[in-house]
Design a binder for this molecule. Structure first.
Ligand SMILES: Cc1cc2nc3c(=O)[nH]c(=O)nc-3n(C[C@H](O)[C@H](O)[C@H](O)COP(=O)(O)OP(=O)(O)OC[C@H]3O[C@@H](n4cnc5c(N)ncnc54)[C@H](O)[C@@H]3O)c2cc1C
Length: 382
């Protein structure tokens, strides 16, 4: 990195992207600040969160919304409310928190970044949690599954305009493609959409044969077609094609971006030792304590000592020498797909699988608890 030319007036931790890990780490910090009595100490620095979207859809609950099991307000995170909670928790400790709604432009040099609206933001420590870009598909027109707010708006407009029999193509037959097809079919069922799932390698290609057969049967029963190739021009094509292989950020064991001092990255947008990573929201959440340790340990940031030594954070922060990426990213998590109807949901771990309405309830429980953490109502009284 080039020599530092410019430094912020005040030390600044700049968080780019309100992905799962950043949000979860901020919740841990709020809890620690809210539970530890202030004893005249001051941190005297600033935390800035740069995020383009608000509200933020929680992808794990998107399908449940389409099936009518959840409502959008309970499946999204309102950053206005959450930012207020973080500001309130940080303020007594002399730490200023600001959320800037803007888009990061893909450059960062000399400890400053530029946003799409042309704002230059200095930082002492930088942390990225931007998710991963979905793979583009040449020559085909359509929209990416993410951001989910855009997809939801398109589906809602089909519904409100009462468009009958619209051809909809879901490109990608992995877990999110299947969930989307089943969810969209349910969301628009009065309008009888013609849904096709396109999977050039078949349905859930890495899953056991019995699971594939079950899903193929379920799609047939629900009137959803399968195809190996894309059709000419459907009314709506949704790319659910998996992520691009090129990583945003190559990181080390401690989530540090290679060759970039004081810069960290978490979530789907990272790669470690050139290895293929397992994707999914569960990994960034598991990385949250590790990235928090990096923020807390950053030399440039004068955290109040009682927060460093306090019990609330002591319970959360993992040991220093755990290998944040390698130990977390390659564990097989339980993956739960919302199926809707009497089938409920399908739970998968390796070759093991289960299904039923209780699996859906389990998923709803886990997801609701995650999203509720960001609600201003959850903030304990001070
Ligand atoms: C339909 C669907 C269903 C899914 N269901 C599940 C599930 O049930 N369980 C599961 O574990 N995973 C699920 N996933 C995968 C999951 O969404 C991702 O793995 C997870 O969101 C990645 O988290 P992250 O923290 O890396 O980033 P994200 O949660 O994607 O967050 C990245 C944030 O960065 C912001 N951002 C991006 N670029 C910029 C920029 N340039 N400037 C400013 N801000 C920016 C985005 O607005 C976003 O808020 C699903 C995905 C889809 C598409």
């Amino acid at each position: 990195m080039k020599k530092r030319e410019h430094s912020p007036d005040q030390p600044r931790l700049l968080l780019v992207g309100a992905g799962h890990a950043h949000l979860q780490a901020l919740v841990y910090l709020c809890q620690a600040f809210e539970q530890t009595p202030v004893q005249g100490e001051r941190g005297n620095f600033e935390v800035v969160l740069l995020e383009q979207a608000n509200p933020i859809w929680y992808s794990g609950m998107f399908s449940a919304v389409l099936h009518g099991c959840e409502i959008p307000e309970q499946s999204t995170i309102d950053l206005v409310g959450f930012a207020r909670r973080v500001s309130q928790a940080f303020a007594p400790w002399g730490i200023k928190f600001t959320w800037i709604q803007d888009r990061y432009r893909n450059t960062y040099e000399n400890r400053k970044i530029e946003t799409e609206k042309g704002k230059i933001i200095d930082f002492s420590v930088l942390s990225f949690n931007l998710g991963a870009p979905l793979a583009p598909v040449d020559r085909l027109e359509g929209i990416q599954a993410k951001p989910l707010a855009k997809l939801y708006a398109v589906l809602l407009s089909i519904k409100t305009e009462g468009l009958q029999n619209v051809p909809i193509e879901i490109l990608g037959a992995g877990a999110s493609g299947i969930e989307l097809a089943l969810g969209i079919r349910e969301f628009l069922k009065e309008l009888s959409p013609q849904i096709v799932v396109v999977g050039s390698r078949g349905i859930l290609p890495t899953r056991p044969r019995a699971v594939q057969d079950f899903i193929v049967h379920l799609l047939q029963v629900r009137g959803i077609k399968l195809a190996a190739n894309s059709e000419d021009s459907p009314y709506l094509r949704v790319f659910s094609t998996g992520f691009v292989k090129e990583p945003f950020f190559e990181v080390d064991h401690d989530l540090g971006v290679l060759g970039r001092p004081s810069t960290y990255a978490v979530g789907d947008g990272i790669q470690f030792e050139g290895r293929e990573m397992v994707w999914g929201g569960v990994f960034p959440i598991r990385q949250a304590p590790y990235i928090l340790r990096q923020w807390i340990g950053a030399q440039d940031l004068p955290w109040p000592r009682s927060i460093l030594n306090g019990r609330p954070l002591g319970k959360i922060l993992p040991p220093v020498n755990r290998k944040a990426v390698s130990t977390i990213k390659n564990k097989k998590p339980l993956q739960i797909l919302t199926l809707g109807g009497k089938e409920g949901a399908l739970g998968l771990r390796g070759r093991f699988w289960i299904r039923g309405s209780w699996v859906l309830r389990l998923k709803q429980n886990i997801d609701t608890r995650f999203v509720e953490q960001f609600s201003i109502k959850k903030s304990p009284k001070r």
